[in-house]
Write a protein that binds this ligand. Structure first.
Ligand code: ASP
Length: 444
């Protein structure tokens, strides 16, 4: 695996980190505190408080209104005022209002929703480049996004060449690039994380810092566990497992570009820059490896499960194949598939079978001729994730001991071959109790 070959650091700042002039000042202090912080990737200004609007949302709103010939002057005014206020309070004079104003005509003429949304990052990067006295890099010139939303390989060469001078400071807007035909195209929502990762890889950065408004990743959901500990260090593989279960502060697709070349990620808090945050690495450092058994506990309650029983199922060639065939035919993807000799369960996102359970079960009955078939509309899955679990004796005993003590009935168990996680399925009403019990068993 290739480690980042330079000591340059890419810093991506999220929307709340750039929501106002005050936040811009914090960003400048952070960037200037470390001379390695050479490449800066901003999101669009986010909410200043819970009642505020995100610029990206306002842009989508204007775009939609314009597309049905409705009046969009209200939200458009709000957009201009936000940028103007930041410019004025920072003492800049780049004529941001006039730049944003050109968008009004573009809306009326009918631009794409992607183009409209991308302007949030674009104007923010214009202001930030001026404020940091850095060079503005047009993302649409160097990030190429394929039809499925993936980063095209030529991006790395184009962007790498554009960011080549190690002595310069660059600002490149997040969230967008262009498609293969040259039209502005965005990633999915929250995609500035992906842009930051792409920039880190293109620049062979030594570190990708992702600055947000939380102190890093927590070992459990704070809505369930009181004051869960932050993770100091976690591997890419652990993050993948945890974010699959909904515990993530990073966009799902942001990990791949840096993971493939081994550039570490550091999640940091713009409002508390002294806090070391969470480091995401290929391999845990020996101290962390020695001292931690699990990275965290995460879960979701929105699964459904179909269990099929048939005597001598194990001898019936192609049984699972036919089962999966029915699901494929109905466009259902499965999350887990635990089995025993004569039973097999399939767990899926409940939304996938909503309104058509009868139909799917009917088809399974006809195709598989089972002895029994059972549908559970809501199951919660909990993953206990940690590199330290592999080769450690007694993990399963600890998991099931903790659940038994809390009187939680386990409906399914799955340990992946990587031994990176153990997944248990429980009734939704037991979910919070189970998470607390597991956290307490492994962390406290
Ligand atoms: N501004 C975009 C959004 O709100 C992208 C991002 O913030 O990463 O989704």
């Amino acid at each position: 695996m290739q480690q980042g070959s330079s000591s340059r650091v890419v810093c991506k700042f999220g929307g709340s980190s750039l929501a106002s002039a005050t936040q811009f000042r914090k960003v400048r202090a952070i960037v200037e505190a470390d001379p390695r912080r050479r490449i800066v990737v901003p999101s669009a200004p986010g909410k200043r408080d819970s009642k505020d609007a995100k610029i990206t949302d306002l842009l989508y709103l204007c775009h939609h209104a314009a597309s049905i010939d409705a009046d969009f002057s209200g939200p458009f005014r709000q957009i201009i005022e936000r940028y103007e206020e930041i410019e004025r309070e920072l003492g800049l004079a780049i004529g941001i209002a006039a730049q944003v104003e050109t968008l009004r005509g573009e809306f009326a003429r009918g631009v794409s929703a992607d183009y409209a949304a991308s302007r949030g990052e674009h104007f923010c990067a214009r202001l930030l480049a001026a404020y940091l006295d850095a060079e503005f890099v047009e993302a649409a010139d160097c990030i190429v996004i394929g039809s499925q939303g993936m980063v095209m390989p030529e991006t790395y060469e184009l962007l790498g060449a554009r960011l080549a001078d190690p002595a310069r400071r660059y600002v490149i807007p997040g969230f967008y690039g262009r498609d293969v035909e040259g039209r502005v195209r965005t990633f999915s929502r929250g995609g500035s994380d992906v842009s930051g990762a792409v920039a880190a890889r293109a620049a062979h950065a030594g570190l990708y810092e992702n600055w947000t408004d939380v102190p890093g990743m927590l070992m459990a959901d704070p809505r369930i566990v009181d004051n869960p500990r932050p993770m100091a260090e976690v591997t890419y593989a652990e993050i993948r497992e945890l974010s699959y279960m909904g515990a993530s502060v990073l966009h799902d697709e942001a990990m791949a570009p840096v993971r493939e070349v081994g550039i570490p990620v550091n999640i940091r808090n713009t409002n508390d820059p002294a806090h070391p945050g969470t480091r995401i690495v290929s391999r845990l450092s020996p101290e962390v490896e020695k001292s931690t058994l699990i990275a965290g506990v995460a879960g979701k309650t929105n699964f459904a499960m179909i269990t099929i029983g048939k005597h001598l199922m194990n001898r019936e060639v192609g049984f699972i194949y036919r089962l999966l065939g029915v699901l494929e035919h109905n466009g259902i993807s499965i999350e887990q598939c635990p089995s025993s000799i004569d039973t097999v369960s399939v767990v899926m996102d409940a939304a996938q079978v909503e309104g058509r359970v009868e139909h799917v079960i009917d088809e399974l009955r006809r195709t598989l001729e089972p002895d029994e078939i059972d549908f559970v509309p809501q199951v919660a899955l909990i993953a206990i994730v940690g590199e330290g679990m592999a080769h450690t004796v007694g993990i399963a005993a600890k998991v099931f001991g903790a659940l038994a003590e809390s009187r939680v009935n386990v409906r399914l168990i799955n340990q992946g071959p990587s031994e990176l996680n153990i997944i248990v399925g429980v009734a939704p009403e037991d979910y919070a109790r189970a998470v607390r019990a597991l956290y307490a068993a492994f962390v406290n």
